[in-house]
Design a protein around this ligand. Structure first.
Ligand code: MTE
Ligand code: MO
Length: 525
């Protein structure tokens, strides 16, 4: 150096440097989370903590509006925030390096702090964040030097060839001088993205999927009727919803990947003989099969957060008989690997086919639906009963609350009888003449005795019911409607075994499930 002052690059460049360094840091954090067993992705740690600590009204709204898409979106928002912080830090790294360093340290402290405050993997997040911060700082320094044009080798490489005219215009020189910077920025962005993708791929790959694919299920006792193939009317729900189409709701930002080799199911609490089963032991017992509707309490009238599947597992009442209920065993509290809990009264086990399920529609449980094991309890909303990634069944007094209860949802949550029109869709235009109106209907438990449809608030007409898959499944129905031109409304209601039609009274999902008639409008031409 000749002692001339260090050139100060334009703020625009420094912002870009900060943003790209942050992208590199994010990529490093993701890669660390996927590569190192001891490290957690800082992004995942923050998103998990936010979900954990979010006010219930916010999580409700997010689930309503976006369903499961809300958590990936949350991660994107967190990542974008980090990028913005990076862009802010970039110019400060050259003007006030110690403050920029403090900024990076503060930013890196957020994931472990949030994880610690919400009972998450604080140490893992600390390691992941530290790695990300070190990479971020190194990139900030390196890219900052490039921006200042102080890296000789590449600058020389980009110098004008010997035969070019000397004395380039200042603007041309500036453009040429920026070239190595832009190249470096591009390379770091690409590597950061690659690191993030690789990290998530590593997290989501490997042993657990292989173990799951290698599972051999025992053949179930008894014969369930073969489910009718597909749906009776195009666009209407099938009797059994395929695993890939089945709704998914949970608070886990990322589905836990549980290694069945080390997993145990424990039956604990107010029992005479606590049990501990390995996965293989549980699968060997899993010869019971039931067609059971699962429904989410957040499901609005006419919504799609419900579905019936064929579950295979071991009856919960058999398992509890083996453990022996002790004094004070009033509630079954399912505990999940990630800490989620769901509890329902022991009294709900009145002979209904509640299962510790290991299979769904003939396959080992998909990871998203709770592999290696979950609870499935007919007649109760999922948030009080259907614990996925189940690791413990605790028998407790009634006053222990599951995850959602202190968050403002009802303690007791039987599924409300409901019915839904699948076709035609709300707002559809259909041709006059014979129109097949079709959908599904369900009771809490017990058969749906009838489904009725009212056109334009006229008399209730009886729909045709498809064969029943038993008292815990939803039931398909079809009504042939002779549609006349004009605008019409169609409303549906289910009638239970006791002859009671489902209530017309409307209620929102909170606190114990929506009610009211699903009503749609159609335009007949
Ligand atoms: N571990 C865990 N299990 C869980 C939940 C959860 O957030 N975490 N959500 C429950 C809720 S609210 C519902 S509606 C059902 C949904 O099950 P599915 O995703 O298989 O459809 O899972 C239940 N089991
Ligand atoms: Mo739910």
């Amino acid at each position: 150096m000749d002692g001339s002052p260090t050139p100060v690059p334009p703020t625009r460049d420094l912002r870009l440097v900060g943003l790209v360094a942050a992208a590199g840091a994010l990529g490093a954090g993701e890669l660390a989370g996927g590569l190192l067993p001891a490290a957690s992705s800082p992004l995942l740690a923050v998103a998990t903590a936010v979900v954990e600590a979010a006010p219930p009204a916010l999580t409700d709204a997010a689930i309503d509006a976006l369903g499961r898409a809300s958590t990936p979106l949350l991660e994107i928002v967190v990542a974008a925030t980090v990028l913005v912080c990076g862009a802010w830090l970039g110019p400060r790294a050259s003007s006030a390096p110690s403050r920029a360093l403090a900024g990076v340290v503060a930013l890196a402290a957020v994931p472990p702090a949030l994880a610690w405050a919400t009972g998450g993997p604080a140490l893992g997040a600390l390691l992941g964040s530290a790695i990300a911060a070190v990479v971020g700082l190194a990139l900030l320094a390196w890219l900052g030097r490039r921006a200042a044009g102080l890296v000789g080798a590449d600058a020389a490489e980009d110098a004008p060839p010997a035969d070019s005219p000397r004395g380039l215009a200042a603007s041309q020189r500036a453009t040429l001088a920026r070239r190595p910077l832009l190249r470096a920025l591009g390379a770091v962005t690409g590597l950061g993205a690659l690191g993030a993708v690789a990290g998530r791929w590593l997290l989501g790959r490997g042993a657990v999927d292989e173990a799951r694919e290698a599972v051999r299920l025992p053949s179930p006792d008894g014969d369930r009727p073969a489910p009718p193939a597909g749906s009776t009317v195009a666009g209407a729900s099938p009797a059994l919803v395929a695993n890939d189409d089945f709704y998914r709701i949970d608070v886990e930002v990322r589905a836990p990947r549980v290694d069945p080799a080390t997993w145990r199911l424990r039956v604990t609490g107010r029992v005479e003989r606590p049990l501990e089963l390995t996965y293989d032991e549980l699968v060997a017992l899993a010869t019971d099969e039931a067609d059971v509707l699962l429904a989410c309490v957040s499901n609005p009238v006419g919504g799609d957060l419900a579905g019936t599947a064929r579950w295979q597992g071991v009856r919960l009442d058999d398992l509890l008989d083996r453990a022996g209920l002790a004094e004070g065993a009033e509630q079954v509290l399912g505990k999940a690997v990630g800490g989620f809990t769901a509890g329902f009264p022991v009294a709900a086990l009145d002979g209904r086919d509640a299962l510790v399920a290991v299979a769904m529609n003939g396959e080992p449980l998909p990871i998203a639906h709770g592999f290696p094991a979950r609870l499935v309890v007919p007649g109760l909303y999922g948030y009080v009963s259907a614990t996925k990634w189940l690791t413990e069944i605790a028998l407790t007094p009634a006053d222990v609350d599951g995850y959602w209860v202190p968050r403002g949802w009802a303690k007791d949550a039987p599924i409300k009888p409901s019915s839904r029109i699948d076709v035609p869709r709300d707002g559809a235009r259909v041709d006059a003449g014979r129109v097949a109106v079709a959908g599904v209907a369900w009771a809490t438990v017990g058969e749906v005795a009838a489904v009725e449809v009212a056109v334009d608030d006229g008399p209730w007409r009886t729909a045709r019911l498809e064969p029943s898959l038993g008292p815990y499944a939803w039931r398909q129905w079809v009504l042939d409607w002779d549609a006349e031109p004009g605008g019409h409304t169609l409303a549906v209601r289910a009638v239970g075994e006791d002859g009671q039609p489902q209530t017309a009274e409307t209620a929102p999902p909170r606190p114990d499930g929506a009610s009211g008639h699903h009503t749609i409008a159609v335009e007949v031409r």
